[in-house]
Design a binder for this molecule. Structure first.
Ligand code: NAP
Length: 489
């Protein structure tokens, strides 16, 4: 049974599978759910789920795959990951359309997501060859000491819907490069991109059990990952609320967790900035992925001297953004993911206005479109007491407030339980160093609204999470560090 993908939007598609990929086999026929196109609010595919016994078996399979996979050379593992990347490239048009269809983002951004996924695969394919240990001089004569790195074992990976392909690849590629079999659970809103990823794994010849795709109930899957000793680590990207649940569950078994959670990114626009660049980069940081990014600009603080000019130029730039179905040409903003997200965004706007904000652009649902479309919205004079300044917005709403001094800007930026990313627009190098030292975030973009890249660590501080993905840190997350002490050799 295949997913009924509309041929007009996936014309190059092979017929998509519609279920999980376990032990080298497609498993279909379980309880099904709909995949909804947020641009139309209509279901366009059905996907089947697996049950707990099947997941349990998948972990047995992963454990059986471990000895062979970890003893394969890093070069061979890398060659396989390159082949997976080749498959992604071969199917990139169809894959981008699939991402847009299930997530809603503009097609050009989906193409960018496929390109970044390819880059992650190729970067970890290479970096896996540089897993070095070390030798250390002894304190006692005659002893020898070595530090060796070994794969942690089977990994449970849980991905969100906002970047359905690249955030899955960000876990799967380093785990596999490190020598770990991995079971991926995609978000229920967006399972199709991960089904294509599994097809690419199959076509590339990844051995059975090294990569498995498990579509099913989130609570059942996470409970099995948490309680089954064969799952040696959980790598999760999603909300802080679910992250907290996983921490509670992991307490029982001391399960290692990597948690990539929510953000509340501040943008600090200083009066020495290049204003054109500041506007351009703030638009990217805010409106990319229709504002549904964990690193999206959530709070924009502008220094008094340039406040009015920034608001005017920023609002003009936002006015040029085209809203529409992601598959339509020239679209900058698609729909938000579902009705609940749209309702929450409208509530945040109403709350900000009730607390003194002025709507300078947008503010309402887009009339005449069936999907979950919100006008790109700019709010100014927004109180820090507003919900949109203290809770993740995940929608195309840009709230702007004014500040006077650098110290005040830093204090307000840090005044949150979150710390995933932050942005600053400035040309003052002294300030860049002070911000680098004082801003509490895992990533700081200076005049850079899109800082994430394969070779650099990504993750959060405070309630934005534990651990890092990408970069050498992202590979190390799937490795154990062992001290081997030798006496009398
Ligand atoms: P979510 O509700 O936490 O879901 C994320 C994933 O967790 C999905 O696969 C979901 O499965 C699963 N899940 C749901 N309930 C679970 C439970 N009780 N136990 C285990 N897994 C569970 O988050 P979301 O709404 O998809 O994503 C938005 C959030 O992710 C935002 O807060 C955003 O900031 C954060 N995010 C963080 C990063 C980062 O790198 N730090 C990146 C992107 C997004 P189902 O879909 O089947 O429910």
């Amino acid at each position: 049974m295949g997913v009924d993908v509309d041929r007009s939007v996936a014309s190059t598609a092979n017929r998509l599978r519609s279920g999980s990929y376990l032990n080298g086999q497609w498993v279909e026929g379980g309880a099904e759910f709909d995949v909804v196109d947020p641009a139309t609010s209509q279901a366009f595919a059905r996907v089947s789920t697996i049950n707990q016994a099947q997941l349990h078996e998948a972990l047995d399979t992963a454990e059986k795959a471990l000895p062979l996979w970890r003893s394969t050379t890093a070069k061979e593992r890398g060659a396989l990951l390159h082949r997976v990347a080749d498959e992604l490239v071969r199917r990139k048009g169809e894959l981008a359309q699939t991402i847009t269809r299930e997530n809603g983002k503009p097609l050009a951004q989906s193409e960018g997501e496929v390109a970044m996924s390819e880059d992650h695969l190729r970067w970890f394919a290479e970096e896996g060859r540089r897993v070095y240990g070390r030798t250390v001089p002894p304190q006692v004569p005659g002893k020898r000491h070595m530090v060796v790195k070994t794969p942690i074992g089977p990994v449970g990976a849980i991905a969100p819907w906002n970047f359905p392909l690249v955030l899955a690849v960000r876990k799967v590629a380093p785990a596999m490069a490190a020598g770990c079999p991995v079971i991926l659970k995609p978000a229920s809103q967006t399972p199709l991109s991960c089904i294509v990823l599994a097809e690419c794994m199959e076509a590339a010849g990844v051995p059975a059990g090294v990569f498995q795709l498990a579509i099913g109930d989130a609570v059942m899957i996470s409970r099995e990952f948490l309680t089954n000793p064969k799952c040696r680590k959980i790598s999760f990207t999603g909300s802080t609320r679910v992250g907290q649940e996983l921490i509670r569950g992991a307490a029982e078994t001391i399960k290692p967790l990597c948690l990539e959670l929510g953000g509340l990114a501040p943008v600090l626009v200083f009066d020495d900035c290049d204003l054109d660049k500041a506007v351009e980069q703030t638009v990217i940081a805010k409106f990319r992925n229709t504002g549904q990014s964990c690193i999206a600009a959530n709070r924009i603080y502008v220094q008094r001297g340039i406040y009015r000019e920034f608001v005017e130029r920023f609002t003009a730039a936002v006015g040029r953004l085209k809203v529409g179905a992601g598959l339509d040409a020239g679209v900058d903003l698609g729909p938000v993911i579902h009705q609940r997200a749209l309702d929450g965004a409208l509530q945040q706007i109403a709350d900000a206005v009730a607390k003194g904000a002025r709507v300078v652009a947008g503010g309402e649902r887009v009339a005449g479109l069936a999907g979950y479309f919100l006008q790109p919205t700019v709010l100014e004079n927004v109180s820090d007491a507003s919900v949109c300044m203290s809770e993740e917005t995940f929608a195309p709403i840009a709230p702007i407030a004014m500040f006077d001094t650098e110290a005040e800007a830093i204090a307000r930026a840090n005044d949150t339980p979150y710390g995933l990313s932050a942005y600053a627009m400035t040309r003052d190098m002294g300030r860049v160093f002070r911000l680098s030292e004082q801003i509490e975030a895992g990533t700081l973009g200076i005049n850079d609204g899109a800082p994430t890249t394969s070779q650099l660590p990504f993750g959060g501080v405070k309630q934005s999470g534990w651990g890092r993905e990408l970069g050498v840190e992202g590979l190390d997350a799937f490795l154990e560090t062992k001290h081997v002490s030798m006496g009398g050799i």
